[in-house]
Design a protein around this ligand. Sequence first.
Ligand code: FPP
Length: 308
Amino acid sequence: MPEPSSTSPPARAAGLDVGQSQGSASGREPKVPSPGLPTHVAIVMDGNGRWARQRGLPRTAGHRAGAKSVRAVVEECLRRGISALTIFAFSSENWQRPKSEVRVLIELFMSTLRTEMRRLVEHDVRFRVIGDLSAFSEKFQRQVREGEQNTRNNQALTLQVAVNYGGRWDIAQAVRALAGELMAGRLDLDAINEAAIGERLATSGLPDPDLFIRTGGEKRLSNFLLWQSAYSEMYFSELMWPEFDADALALALADFARRQRRFGRTGEQVGDGRKDKAARISKAASDSDDAQHLDAMATSAQPSRDVA
Ligand code: FPP
């Protein structure tokens, strides 16, 4: 594995200080996995409106300030070598907001994409949008496609933005895709399992989020990544989204690093119990009728990055 590299000259030239990173922010070398670091962070960016109201500003000022937090968090993810960040920019339900606010949110998304694209390219960020884009103008859809196309080979960080996204919508469209394949005779009924559904979700190709953050003090999922967050660690911050910065993310990451992720197993199994199991497996390999069974256990007990 290559040594972690520091901020590249183009990164500095772009005005982003990504500092020391586990993988170069602009290089192509593989990341050095860090124990306790989430691979994929998902964020519900809540509290823009309240942040603005507290300051006597219109709600839309909160959204503009929120766009700055997006930048700070992206920079921090690059610095730390986090592989994927998914942010909830516009939910399927947000259409119910006043028309003027919806318009500002869409314009803000487009203008931010325009102004930040160069930096995303320079920082080796892959940009991806999930959600039902058919509701947006042709211009909007083209801009998104171009952004995705321009960054498709980038590797430092996948920035996935959920727009007109809902977890239930995602599951429904995956089920519809499966049903279509089944009816067309391209899929057996028996092939419909969790993996098959996962492959047809909008997030296909990315691991499930390890850490799910929600700002703004509320403690709910709000229809975000319902399937994918089955085993995510939840972190709720009292900060309004425009207040959430690199330090706030660092606190969330430190909290995550202290969690024991068990995925249905016992603490002993994922902690020291794992060593006991490894010893039993190695003994059984030579002298026990249980060898095959223990082998299967060994596969399921493989040390992996999923235990933080
Ligand atoms: C929730 O706060 C926030 C949103 C619905 C929009 C989030 C959008 C941004 C941060 C804008 C920038 C994003 C990109 C990708 C350019 P809220 O309005 O519900 O706040 P409240 O609960 O205080 O009313």
